[in-house]
Design a protein. Sequence first.
Length: 190
Amino acid sequence: MTERPDLELVAEAEEGTKALEEIRRLRPDVAVLDIRMPGLDGTQVLGKLHGEGIEASVLFLSAFLEPELAYRSVAAGARGYLSKEASRQEICDAIATVARGETAFAPEVEEGLRSAVERRGLDGVAPELTPREHDVLRAIADGATVAEVAERIHIGTATVKTHLRTLYDKLGVSDRAAAVAEAMRRGLLE
């Protein structure tokens, strides 16, 4: 990428399983994934990364900009979502934005996300969390790994994972980033 010296392409993969292997091996700042790939799809790759504690920033590219698909991607922890029709410049700018920890969504995706959130009925009802679940939630919101959470609140890593699964179920999400986002939306984190 000679026209973007701030970006370096470190690997390419044509299917999800290979993309997952490359991300595990290389730990890039940003992984650009197709939402629909052979083998594992993009959200499955993201879910596996988060399940393994690999905090990859993911930018999805998709030919499909349906609001529900975009919503599920964001709930899975995506930091960006663009159309495959986006220009090379727009994609590079989005990668740089996501690498800075910000989000990058196509305008039509932003509107679709807003609509999807409204359809899900933000009624403000928060699930009942145990004190220990609150401790785990606060720790992951601070960016702690499973091992760090275990050490911080003096429990085993298997117990932390159990609390995380329970939190995911209660919040209706599938990974840590989405749990934090949903908890913030519901007012569970100060």
